[in-house]
Design a protein around this ligand. Structure first.
Ligand code: NAG
Ligand code: NAG
Ligand code: NAG
Ligand code: NAG
Ligand code: NAG
Length: 499
């Protein structure tokens, strides 16, 4: 009797809590409805998982490129060395005109989210991705939005800047940054904002801007604090990695994505269902890298992904290039990274465009590629790429001087702002921790594989290895053993002499 009453009371309390949530929640959505939507989505997402051996590279490699994680370096300096342009899926970063089922392409690199899988042969697709500390990713998104937008400040006014950008886009063969999600929203937004601030400065006759915090210099550029609190950032930036891997971005192919996303923004506690799906998908991936652990990530990429691509391409006779394939390959090889530069116009940057093109586009030597050569090629490709990027950044940020985003300046951003970023990105923070675990397991597995399943001779001759790192791993025990024997023998000799 008493027990029943307690139960009823509990039910009533729960009911009242739900009613309160329903009443106080702004907008049309209510908690019960959202909970149903999110759970239905997560159940169906889990049920749709393909059963494939995730450690084996399938026919199609899908690089799920989360923006600002350093994926571009992998594309230019690894994947371009392994796949020929005709093997790349056409228009990899361009959602509207891409239909992968039409081609026999082998490589897809894109900012599109996981929902792209609905267009791919799931059983024959391997996924790879790179994750980054979410706070750094938000900083980087902010800085890159400003950097690209600031290049337009060479123009006298916004009208002339946007007209010029339009003209160039229609002429360009490739895809411009302004066609690519998420930059197609972030850059125009920031561009408009930068021009408005410049116009206001001019109107006020303000010539010298004071201040030493580039993240909070409102006369020149939208402060970081305003950026992270804007509805656009909430839609596109925050928890961006989780949403992309879950297939729920603002750019999703799945029609219900927007409702699910709005529900987890509205009711944070529902985010856990999305997080669980994202974690399972990371588990299924062939490779997960970390932006911060760059060297280890790159070495592992070469050993896990690179080695398998090499042996796969070797074991298949080359696909004859049809005229159609050639045409699309021309398009795909002039995409994104180079065309990113197109809109900044003005001749001065063309040489940089070519500079980016050159290291990434060496087509030779694909048949004879080995993991050792791949790592060498990567290292000689990555340095010029980095210096081009940093030069571009410095020259672009000159337009918003004295604001200048440096590592030094980041250290002065207030704890309150950092906390805010963390709170907006709580799912990404958890996903990142999870990715770190996967990464360390991957690391162990690769090392173990190199040590146990193959003899030393096999490793040297097989396509599966040979980074300096793996050599050290293999060689260390042998060297130790030799040293040990040496010491023991020497010890014996000495003791013999003494006797
Ligand atoms: C913008 O700049 C262009 C080129 O200098 C000029 O022709 C045009 O009148 C300007 N537009 C506005 C609205 O100021
Ligand atoms: C995606 O987000 C941007 C910026 O908030 C918005 O302008 C756009 O309409 C959104 N797209 C969809 C399909 O919701
Ligand atoms: C390009 O740069 C040159 C000199 O650096 C300048 O004279 C010209 O006006 C610029 N053109 C545009 C469209 O900004
Ligand atoms: C690749 O290897 C083959 C046979 O081993 C050799 O004939 C060919 O010259 C090599 N190609 C390059 C570019 O090294
Ligand atoms: C911005 O900082 C970089 C160093 O991080 C420096 O090389 C560059 O000259 C600075 N730019 C301006 C406009 O001060």
């Amino acid at each position: 009797m008493m027990k029943l009453m307690v139960q009823d009371l509990l039910k009533l309390v729960t009911f009242l809590a739900l009613v309160r949530l329903t009443i106080t929640s702004p907008g049309k959505v209510n908690f019960g409805y959202c909970e149903k939507i999110v759970k239905t989505w997560s159940n169906s997402a889990v049920n749709q998982e393909a059963k494939v051996d995730r450690h084996t590279l399938q026919d199609l490699l899908f690089f799920l490129h989360v923006p600002r994680t350093g994926g571009r370096a992998y594309f230019h300096c690894f994947l371009k060395k392994l796949y020929s342009s005709s093997q790349e899926c056409p228009r990899s970063y361009d959602k509207l005109r891409f239909n992968p089922s039409k081609t026999k392409c082998r490589l897809l690199v894109t900012h599109d989210d996981y929902s792209m899988m609905s267009k791919l042969p799931k059983e024959r697709t391997s996924l790879v991705t790179i994750l980054r500390n979410p706070v750094d990713r938000v900083f980087s998104s902010y800085e890159f939005s400003v950097e690209v937008a600031a290049r337009f400040l060479v123009h006298p006014n916004l009208t002339s800047a946007t007209q010029m950008a339009k003209r160039l886009r229609s002429k360009a063969k490739g895809v411009s940054t302004l066609d690519i999600w998420p930059w197609k929203y972030l850059v125009p937004w920031m561009r408009e904002d930068l021009f408005a601030r410049r116009d206001a400065r001019r109107q006020d006759g303000l010539s010298d801007v004071e201040g030493n915090d580039p993240y909070d210099m409102e006369e020149v550029v939208m402060p970081l604090h305003d950026y992270i609190n804007d509805a656009i950032a909430r839609d596109i930036i925050h928890n961006g990695a989780t949403l992309q891997i879950a297939g729920l971005t603002n750019n999703s192919y799945y029609d219900g994505a927007h409702e699910v996303r709005h529900c987890i923004i509205e009711f944070k506690e529902l985010g856990v269902h999305v997080l669980e799906v994202a974690k399972r998908r990371l588990d299924e991936m062939l490779y997960v890298g970390l932006t911060e652990d760059h060297r280890e990530s790159a070495t592992m990429f070469a050993n896990v992904v690179g080695a398998q691509v090499i042996s796969q391409l070797r074991s298949r006779s080359p696909v004859p290039e049809t005229v159609a394939a050639k045409r699309t390959s021309e398009q795909s090889s002039t995409m994104y990274s180079e065309s990113m530069d197109r809109h900044d116009q003005n001749g001065t940057l063309d040489e940089e465009v070519n500079g980016i093109h050159a290291p990434g586009n060496v087509e030779a030597n694909k048949e004879n590629m080995t993991v050792t050569k791949l790592i060498k090629a990567y290292e000689s490709c990555i340095h010029p790429l980095r210096s081009i990027q940093s030069r571009r950044r410095i020259s672009s940020l000159k337009h918003i001087a004295p604001a200048n985003f440096t590592k030094e300046a980041r250290l002065h951003v207030s704890e309150a702002v950092l906390q805010e970023i963390k709170s907006f990105n709580s799912l990404d923070l958890e996903l990142y921790e999870y990715a770190r675990k996967i990464f360390s397991n991957q690391h162990k597995r690769t090392a173990q594989k190199l040590l146990t399943t193959e003899s030393f001779g096999d490793i040297v001759s097989s396509s599966y290895s040979i980074s300096p790192w793996s050599l050290i791993l293999v060689a260390a025990p042998i060297v130790l053993l030799v040293l040990f024997i040496f010491v023991v023998i020497k010890g014996k000799r000495i003791s013999k002499i003494k006797i």
